[in-house]
Design a protein around this ligand. Structure first.
Ligand SMILES: [Cu+2]
Length: 151
């Protein structure tokens, strides 16, 4: 029979949880939700929220709150080894993010209008250096706004 953990082990447990940084604990059966919107307080053609930090293995449900939107990976912003995805227009899609790294997500019909979001899976600072060159101007602008908010 395994001995009960000593007092030292019990004290150490909350510290381990805190060392996970900003990543929230993964909860089975509870995907994070992102709304696909025509408009919110920050502007038009937006994901809400437009930034998520996930623990590897967490899932995101993209909700077709307003019509004409979808969620798909941006090929230039996909971590090595991660599987690209492309949701159908007007349909909810649930995606599991297993591979750590920075993901760019786009709404294909509104990509040029800057309907994008960032998802950081696992540890790692999200800096301008991690945003690739050659993205459309409105996309770069939206990413700059997100990064500015992150501080
Ligand atoms: Cu859209």
């Amino acid at each position: 029979m395994k001995p009960l953990p000593g007092r030292r082990a019990l004290v150490a447990l909350p510290l381990l949880v805190l060392s996970g940084g900003l990543a929230p604990p993964a909860r089975a059966g509870a995907p994070r939700e992102v709304k696909m919107l025509n408009r919110n307080a920050t502007g038009g053609m937006v994901y809400e929220p437009d930034f998520l930090r996930l623990a590897p293995g967490e899932r995101v449900k993209f909700l077709a709150t307003h019509v004409t939107h979808n969620a798909a990976t941006i090929p230039a912003m996909l971590p090595e080894g991660a599987t690209p995805f492309k949701g159908r227009i007007n349909e909810e899609i649930e995606v599991r993010f297993d591979v750590p790294g920075l993901y760019g997500i786009q709404c294909i019909p509104h990509y040029a209008m800057g309907m994008v979001m960032l998802i950081q899976v696992g540890e790692g600072e999200v800096t301008p250096a991690r945003i690739p060159d050659g993205l459309p101007p409105r996309v770069r602008e939206r990413f700059r706004e997100i990064l500015a908010r992150l501080g």
